[in-house]
Write a new protein. Structure first.
Length: 457
């Protein structure tokens, strides 16, 4: 049986692990953290990612968590709508609406498909040979680790460490080597593996905005799904299952300005957005300070030359970290994972790498061919939206808002069609998988499908 090593237990890495296991591969997931604690808050899973999750049997579990109802769209800081649509219109066009959920719920749903011992906690991958598939792993204190999981990983209570995958862990610090026919680098935006494989690539850069994310218990009400744009600032509200509201915000400021604890972050949000339209001030007042997170937004402004080298495939943020403005970060990682498993083929068949150490491994050129151009286009489009939200000059902001409203009113169908390429994507279908049948988009204008997804990752 062919063996795959996945580096990083984030959404992309776990999806790849499940997809490869369904193709008959032996899989070991190395995660440097001693436990998978919830990091981040909410995220959006759009129609394209839901179809990908169908191939690993998780799609309907996620659909059941949807709380989006009624209208959604983009507003001004005073509450006036610039663009709006409905959940029904989005579903009619793309076959699925967006599902907004806690990141931890998605990770738990995916991790539940893995057998005990597949996820190895407290293991740091320190080196990967892309040509032989030899992976060097260190156990012990992860504080000086060189490789970690996808940013924003969440709790996976079912994950556990234990023997398996060719590396023994007796609780003491040490190193081991593991043979892999395929290495999946899902080690996040600051991926050391990416740096080692492509040392000339400039790596992540600051996108010009900092972001806040917060959960407000009891604040999520049907019909309150919107994103409001002001002068260089954005505030979004999305309802989650159970009545919780997921809120996010961005501001155009220099990097590195986090004031510190949750209370000071909430106070800063009230200063920036307390005068915006309802229900934004009330949500900020009700937000528990300990649930307010702040992070500078970084992205890969320059696409990689390839998403693989030798036996190593880069996935998710390690391959194409993007701004959150299209809500496609996690979605593209999920797409990567199911395409990679399709390219890898059966773990015990001719399409896969059959035989362990010394075999030729998987031909990953089709993976790069399938993923690089698509993800580069989405990265560029998301960065372009981010630049639009950063406008501060009042006349430029008024012109932007006027053009958005007029364009939506007069040519909403064309705007919606522009998102069909992203949301209409369909995964390759491995044997035995169930993917929902295609839906033919209507000719009448529907939603700008990015509306309900911008700002959530």
């Amino acid at each position: 049986m062919a063996h795959a090593v996945v580096v990083g237990a984030g959404i992309g890495g776990l999806t790849a692990a499940v997809a490869l296991r369904r193709r008959g591969w032996e899989v070991t997931v190395f995660e440097r953290a001693p436990s998978l604690e919830p990091v981040g808050s909410g995220l959006a899973i759009a129609a394209n990612a839901l179809r990908a999750l169908d191939t690993i049997g998780v799609g309907d579990d996620i659909r059941r968590l949807s709380a989006v109802q009624g209208e959604a769209g983009i507003r001004r800081a005073d509450g006036r709508w610039l663009m709006r649509t409905t959940e029904e219109a989005t579903s009619a066009r793309h076959g699925d609406s967006v599902v907004l959920l806690r990141r931890t719920d998605l990770v738990d749903a995916i991790a539940a498909r893995l057998e005990p011992g597949v996820i190895r906690l407290g293991f740091t991958v320190t080196a990967v040979d892309p040509y032989t598939g030899r992976v060097t792993v260190r156990t012990g204190d992860p504080s000086d680790a060189g490789t970690g999981a996808d940013t924003g990983r969440a709790g996976a209570g079912r994950a556990g460490a234990g023997p398996g995958g060719g590396a023994a862990h007796d609780g003491a610090a040490g190193t081991a080597e593991v043979a892999a026919d395929l290495v999946v680098a899902a080690d996040g935006i600051r991926s050391p593996i990416r740096t080692a494989l492509f040392p000339a690539h400039p790596g992540p850069s600051y996108a010009g905005v900092t972001s806040w994310r917060l959960l407000v218990p009891g604040g999520g009400r049907p019909g309150r799904t919107f994103e409001s744009w002001g002068e260089g600032r954005v505030f979004g509200v999305m309802p989650l299952a159970g009545g919780t509201a997921y809120c996010y915000a961005t501001d155009t400021v220099p990097a590195g300005g986090d004031p510190g604890d949750g209370e000071s972050r909430r106070a800063e949000l009230l200063r920036l957005f307390g005068g915006w339209h309802d229900p934004i001030p009330a949500l900020l007042e009700a937000a528990p300070p300990e649930l307010v997170l702040r992070n500078d937004v970084h992205h890969l402004a320059t696409p990689l030359p390839a998403m693989h080298l030798g036996r190593v495939a880069l996935l998710g943020d390690a391959a194409h970290a993007m701004t959150p403005n299209m809500g496609q970060g996690a979605c593209q990682a999920i797409e990567d994972a199911v395409v990679l498993a399709h390219v890898a083929g059966d773990g015990d068949g001719p399409a896969g790498a059959t035989g362990g150490t010394g075999t030729a491994g998987v031909d990953l050129a089709p993976y790069t061919a399938a993923r690089l151009e698509r993800t580069a286009r989405i990265m560029a489009r998301s960065a372009s939206i981010c630049r639009t939200t950063r406008l501060r000059n009042p006349p430029a902001v008024r012109l932007r808002d006027t053009m958005m409203a007029l364009t939506w009113r007069l040519a909403g169908g064309r705007m919606t069609a522009a998102m069909d390429e992203v949301l209409g994507w369909r995964p390759p279908t491995p044997p035995g998988s169930r993917v929902r049948p295609p839906v033919t988009p209507p000719t009448s204008p529907a939603s700008p499908a990015a509306v309900a997804r911008r700002g959530a990752r």
